[in-house]
Design a protein around this ligand. Structure first.
Ligand SMILES: [Zn+2]
Length: 302
């Protein structure tokens, strides 16, 4: 008996045979812009002009989505659970089915946001894959997504859709944009046209989208690069008020914001650990000790 799929998908088959592109949203259940963008792609891709096949999954992690949470009822982070297990907990089973889908694909795009606690500037990312042909294709796809920041990072982080793709030899990119609360329409439309632009790059669809050069294209092979949660963490718990905005340039040591006690009689200034550009910022004011406050794209090493 076939195993029941744990997520809903739409397959768009073109008239001409060609490659298979997989586009995922909702690996995290509280990241809404990708869900809306992938849903919009279902009607935006003209099948009569498509070469190859596109599989669209607006919400990979439905149990997490239904509890308005990053994670499902087993509290496992799906983006740390790949390749998963068919006999494991619900998140491990979803990871296993998503891995099978990645295995069936020729290319992968995995779309994210900062979730309900944070807001991220638009950027696309890829791993610095050891195979030069896969790396070149990932670079091309990440640039084609047409976002202002493109970031190549360590290929050694595990548990992600991108690490499953790495192990299967499938060229893969991810992207981050939006979050905080609600669903930013600019991110939804930017993600939608960005994916169409990747389809054009892969010669699967003819679309005229003006390509822009990124403001920053950084490749950083240090071992924990790309692990967003490790960047600038809260030294104490409290009420965080940022002193910077997304895409601001900061020097190491500059103030990122202040964490205040309930009465405001104890205030801790948080300083940037790196010199670069603010890519992500916590928007939810209450922060626990050691939770991340900001992601800085290092433009120079200090
Ligand atoms: Zn995410």
């Amino acid at each position: 008996m076939p195993v029941q799929s744990l997520f809903q998908s739409v397959i768009l088959e073109g008239k001409q045979p060609g490659p298979h592109l997989l586009i995922l949203g909702g690996i995290h259940g509280d990241e809404y812009e990708p869900m809306a963008a992938v849903r919009k792609l279902i009607t935006s891709i003209d099948k009569s002009k498509l070469t190859g096949k596109v599989t669209l999954v607006p919400v990979v992690n439905e149990p997490a989505y239904e509890r308005t949470s990053r994670t499902g009822p087993d509290d496992l982070d799906l983006a740390r659970t790949f390749p998963g297990s068919p006999d494991g907990t619900i998140t491990e089973q979803i990871a296993s089915q998503a891995t099978q889908l990645i295995q069936s694909a020729d290319y992968l795009i995995d779309l994210h946001t900062g979730g309900v606690i944070s807001n991220l500037a638009p950027f696309s990312g890829y791993t610095l894959h050891s195979n030069p042909e896969i790396l070149d294709m990932q670079r091309r796809m990440a640039l084609a997504l047409n976002l202002p920041v493109v970031w190549g990072t360590s290929a050694h982080l595990n548990g992600r859709s991108l690490s499953a793709a790495r192990d299967l030899g499938v060229p893969a990119i991810y992207a981050e944009w939006g979050g905080g609360s609600g669903c930013n329409p600019e991110a939804v439309s930017g993600y939608t046209t960005g994916c169409l632009s990747v389809l054009a790059e892969l010669q699967m669809l003819e679309v005229s989208i003006e390509r822009k050069s990124p403001l920053y294209h950084i490749e950083d092979d240090s071992s924990e690069s790309g692990h967003l949660q490790l960047h600038n963490n809260a030294p104490v718990a409290g009420f965080f008020e940022p002193a910077v905005q997304l895409m601001d340039r900061v020097q190491a040591g500059d103030a990122l914001g202040t964490i205040s006690s309930v009465l405001g009689d104890q205030n801790t200034t948080v300083s940037a650990n790196q010199t670069g550009v603010i890519l992500g910022l916590r928007t939810l004011p209450y922060v626990e000790q050691n939770e991340w406050l900001a992601v800085i794209l290092e433009t120079e090493r200090t």
